[in-house]
Design a protein around this ligand. Structure first.
Ligand SMILES: C[S@@+](CC[C@H](N)C(=O)[O-])C[C@H]1O[C@@H](n2cnc3c(N)ncnc32)[C@H](O)[C@@H]1O
Length: 630
């Protein structure tokens, strides 16, 4: 019929009409192709805040069946790709050298692969297998004017970010599964023997055959870490591990046995230490399946929000708290919750030589000046002593101080995310809500995970949005992520949520044997205080740079609508290189984003020989294998 009409039109020489019809047909086709391929499909925190989530929520009865999961064709073997493009060259999607290998833009179960023609190379150099770009920038470290304040342990990111893939250590194996991993790991996975010898008397780590074994020793845990943990609570029962005290920070954690054993008491610990002469301590911790990160008390603020931790612990952590007018201790004060405790177990507390006495006297003056109170001081049966300080719950002491030294910080209208921010010499005011009332302690654990977070804004719909967000993640995790064959959760332990929002993804996994590092990107809304309020841990980070962690330290990376904002500032190839670095061989990624971003990321991952598939037309599941470039 249509053909007959067109023939008639031609016969009747109605060319302008035919031309207009043709234009209309072409534009409609382009519009459909474009909108199907690039539309934003689902939900994000930002969308929720605009009450615009209806398009995104997977259907309630959604299940994942194998036939809705379509694998794309095998990626081209990139060892055969064009040698003229070396891995350091910039590759973008408009590059004329790229080849589109699969386009079916009407079908969301298909992924579009652009052959990027990247010839990946292995990272080279003495630390290649353990390469951490921002901490191993030896050139920048060499040029430092001072190392007195641990500047050489701070971040110095190379520009541009190196585009190489970290090689595997010889004999690398799938890690020992949790919970066995808390006590033993494969030596070949972290083949660093120095602490075995160096901390022999303190039982940090022992080499036994093919394994490194962790007996729970430490510098201050002469009778074992469990006794030490119980001793702290006996000294101050109001600590109430796992009820009142849920989220803690262990400064200078060694191999993180303190945090590892506190998990038994429902306490989650952010353990941290620098990359220093305590060889591979944080790498051991993460290989054990214990939450940990590389960081240092140096010249800059830690990448945690104000008033985050319920308790901070330092056992001989070698930080001079009273140095530089007390700035290091004032940094702890910033991140400690009002009413929170600082447990300090170090020789100035219980030894009486002149040096220790001087440090103790200096700490007495400093803690008094910031209104911390000694609430306990004791020595255990093995002769190890500790003192417990408490940060004030009200501002009255600040006002009553004879001298305003350190001074109170100026009121800030905007929150200043601590990212390359120097340590401060002023005392932050205690947090108050919009009515001027002091923000209180969160509800006891475990109710805390779903209760209204004290730092949630008092805007009228904030609580409703928080509840909706919690429900959304609970159903997405149970109905989609956990229910179905796409993700093999059996070997998962260390998870990173790269764009954590309110921490809903982590909250939905709370009863399972995983832990989640919740990352709040510095350019997103600052939701990290809420994550800590809920009894979870997290950090700020800029995904346009490399993260302070060792290669192969996470089993699963989750990213919900991270890339569409990020790629306005940096290249998705560099972010994918970082994801490849952090993830263990056999590890998984789970990404939800616009189809444009999903397709871009997919192409890069495929070029790295990952296998990928699209779930329910919207979730990119990526699986990193053992392949490494020569
Ligand atoms: C003697 S070990 C104690 C380890 C552990 N707390 C224990 O009791 O077994 C000292 C620890 O402090 C860390 N450390 C040294 N200087 C630091 C700094 N400026 N900031 C954070 N940690 C530091 C070291 O890396 C190491 O983990």
């Amino acid at each position: 019929m249509a053909m007959i009409s067109v023939q008639n039109l031609v016969k009747e020489r109605k060319y302008p009409f035919i031309f207009a019809l043709a234009i209309l047909l072409v534009s409609t086709t382009i519009f459909f192709l474009y909108s199907n391929n690039f539309q934003s499909l689902t939900f994000s925190l930002g969308d929720l805040q605009k009450s615009n989530r209806t398009t995104s929520k997977p259907s309630q009865n959604a299940t994942i069946s194998p036939d809705t999961t379509q694998k794309v064709d095998d990626a081209n073997d990139n060892t055969k790709s064009d040698d003229s493009n070396d891995s350091n060259s910039s590759n973008d999607y408009e590059n004329n050298n790229t080849t589109i290998t699969n386009i079916d833009s009407n079908d969301h179960n298909n992924l579009l692969i652009v052959d990027l023609k990247i010839k990946w190379v292995a990272c080279k150099g003495p630390v290649a297998v353990d390469y951490i770009p921002c901490l191993d920038n030896f050139q920048a470290i060499k040029e430092l004017k001072s190392r007195r304040h641990m500047e050489h342990r701070e971040r110095h990111c190379p520009q541009p970010s190196p585009r190489c893939l970290v090689p595997l250590p010889n004999g690398y194996k799938v890690p020992v599964p949790w919970p066995k991993s808390r006590d033993m790991i494969w030596y070949d996975n972290v083949p660093h023997p120095k602490l075995v010898e160096y901390k022999k008397d303190q039982h940090w780590v022992i080499k036994k055959g093919d394994f490194l074994v962790f007996p729970g020793g430490g510098t201050q845990f002469k009778d074992g870490v469990t006794n030490y943990i119980n001793f702290i609570e006996k000294t101050l029962p109001s600590i109430e591990w796992g009820r009142h005290t849920r989220v803690i920070l262990d400064v200078g954690c060694g191999v993180a046995s303190f945090g590892g054993y506190l998990l038994d008491k429902d306490v989650i610990t952010m353990s941290f230490a620098p990359k220093d002469e305590h060889e591979a301590q944080i790498q051991f911790a993460l290989e054990r399946g214990i939450p940990a990160t590389l960081s240092v008390i140096g010249t800059q603020k830690l990448t945690f929000p104000d008033n985050a931790f319920d308790l901070i612990h330092c056992a001989r952590c070698r930080v001079h708290w009273d140095a530089d007018g007390g700035k290091p201790l004032m940094e702890l004060n910033r991140i400690l919750r009002p009413g929170g405790f600082f447990v300090w177990s170090a020789t100035p507390v219980y030894r009486d030589d002149e040096r220790d006495r001087n440090v103790w006297n200096s700490m007495v003056a400093l803690t008094k000046s910031i209104c911390w109170k000694v609430v306990a001081k004791t020595v255990d049966s093995s002769g190890i002593g500790l003192v417990i300080y408490q940060k004030p719950l009200s501002s009255s002491c600040y006002e009553k101080r004879q001298e305003s030294n350190p001074p109170l910080c100026e009121q800030q209208n905007e929150k200043n995310v601590p990212w390359y921010v120097p340590l401060s010499g002023c005392l932050p005011r205690l947090p108050v809500d919009s009515m001027g009332n002091l923000v209180g302690w969160p509800t006891q654990w475990p109710d805390r995970i779903s209760s209204k977070p004290p730092s949630l804004t008092t805007l009228s719909d904030a609580e409703e949005m928080f509840i909706e967000d919690t429900k959304h993640w609970a159903s997405l995790v149970s109905d989609v992520y956990l229910d179905g064959p796409a993700i093999n959760w059996s070997s998962v332990r260390n998870i990173m949520d790269m764009n954590a929002g309110y921490g809903g993804f982590a909250a939905a996994l709370i009863d399972l044997p995983y832990w989640v590092m919740n990352v709040v990107p510095i350019h997103m809304e600052d939701t990290l205080p809420i994550i800590f309020d809920r009894g979870l841990i997290g950090i700020y980070h800029d995904w346009c740079e490399s993260l302070n962690t060792y290669p192969r330290t996470y089993d699963l990376l989750h990213a919900s609508f991270l890339f569409r904002n990020l790629t306005q500032r940096c290249d998705i190839i560099d972010v994918a290189v970082e994801m490849d670095r952090i993830l263990r061989p056999g590890g998984l990624i789970l990404v939800q984003d616009t189809m444009e971003m999903v397709n871009k990321l997919n192409s890069v991952l495929r070029s790295m020989q990952w296998s990928t598939s699209l779930y329910q037309g919207q979730f990119l599941v990526g699986n990193k294998g053992f392949w490494r470039p020569k």
